[in-house]
Design a protein around this ligand. Structure first.
Ligand code: SF4
Length: 338
């Protein structure tokens, strides 16, 4: 077993044979649009036709996930979109939970997280809500999260916490900041804010901004000189399905007519796509140190291992401030495996 395989197994805490059976993490885009135009996002929303995933396709995906329910760690009903723009989102979450999915999460900008939607999500059985709040300063926030209103989002987050606690809901809040030049001085403010407005089981997470497979020219906050010699862990762990059924290489693969398409969930099973030739070939080339052969992967910093913050980001629990990332990550993984 070569060092690259050992690296993947260590990062994903699983044997490679198991990882190659079926994805551990699945992202589903149920409506391919967004109400924001964030400065660190490379998705070209203005040039895509609006598509909502057909219920028939969604049912097919849920059925297959339920057949692998002991294997799949997490399903994220978010992928290259704002999930709350799908008015049926809470019903889809419930369908996944009823099918035995261990953990169902969404990642949202919280702009449409009003009281009605909050209640629906909590009652649907949603396990965790990742909320992107990149600054606690109105001017910085609105510069990063273009089109969104700072006060509205802050109120929505505070209210979600209150409603969740009133309903005795189990949905954990994971407040996220994409650490970048504009907000680099705010990490400690986030921790303090979380302690004041969130609850003991919630999390504050900081991830460094990435370059979307070199589709975005970001100010690089880490030295990623050797990135092309490291295999990307996402191709052994994550499967992403667009609203029209297209299975993308990863979250950076946002174009409707992408050359990296791995298959179509309306035509093949997810297992067939996960074990299909296109993905097998990409994995093989990553293991050979040839990822620069794929334009998106060449120099991509999305899943970098040498982040200054450690492997993927920094996690603080609201309850125990300053808890180290690693033990927090272990705790999260442990919960996912339960
Ligand atoms: S290296 Fe980047 S572009 Fe390639 S699969 Fe990984 S995340 Fe996607």
């Amino acid at each position: 077993m070569g060092p690259k395989v050992i690296y993947i197994q260590k990062q994903l805490e699983e044997k490679i044979e198991n990882l190659e059976l079926f994805p551990k993490y699945i992202n589903i885009e149920t409506r391919n649009t967004c109400n924001a135009r964030c400065s660190m996002c490379a998705i070209d929303f203005d040039n895509r036709p609006l598509i909502t995933m057909k219920q028939e396709l969604f049912n097919k995906i849920v059925k297959e996930i339920s057949e692998w329910k002991d294997h799949v760690r997490l399903v994220n009903l978010y992928f290259d979109n704002e999930p709350l723009l799908d008015r049926k989102l809470h019903l889809r979450i419930k369908e996944l939970k009823d099918a035995g999915t261990k953990r169902v999460v969404i990642a949202t900008n919280a702009s449409a997280l009003n009281q009605v939607r909050s209640k629906e999500l909590i009652l649907s059985g949603l396990d965790e809500i990742f909320i992107g709040l990149d600054s606690l300063k109105k001017s910085v926030y609105e510069k990063i999260r273009v089109r969104l209103k700072f006060e509205k989002v802050i109120n929505n987050i505070i209210n979600f916490n209150i409603i969740r606690n009133k309903l005795k809901g189990k949905t954990r809040i994971r407040l996220q900041m994409i650490y970048q030049e504009e907000n680099s001085s705010e990490v400690n403010d986030f921790k303090k804010w979380g302690k004041k407005y969130l609850s003991p089981n919630d999390l504050i997470v900081a991830h460094k901004v990435h370059n979307w497979g070199r589709q975005l020219d970001i100010k690089n906050l880490t030295t990623d000189k050797f990135i092309n010699s490291i295999p990307c862990t996402a191709i052994w762990s994550n499967l992403q399905i667009h609203a029209d059924g297209r299975v993308a290489l990863c979250s950076n693969d946002t174009k409707m007519k992408s050359k990296h398409t791995l298959g179509y969930a309306n035509k093949s099973s997810l297992a067939e796509i996960w074990n299909g030739f296109p993905l097998k070939k990409i994995r093989e080339r990553h293991l050979k140190g040839e990822r620069s052969g794929y334009p998106l992967c060449d120099g991509c910093t999305t899943w970098r291992p040498n982040n200054n913050f450690s492997k993927f980001g920094v996690y603080w629990s609201v309850q125990k401030n300053n808890k180290s990332f690693y033990s927090m990550k272990q705790k999260i993984l442990y919960e996912l495996k339960k």
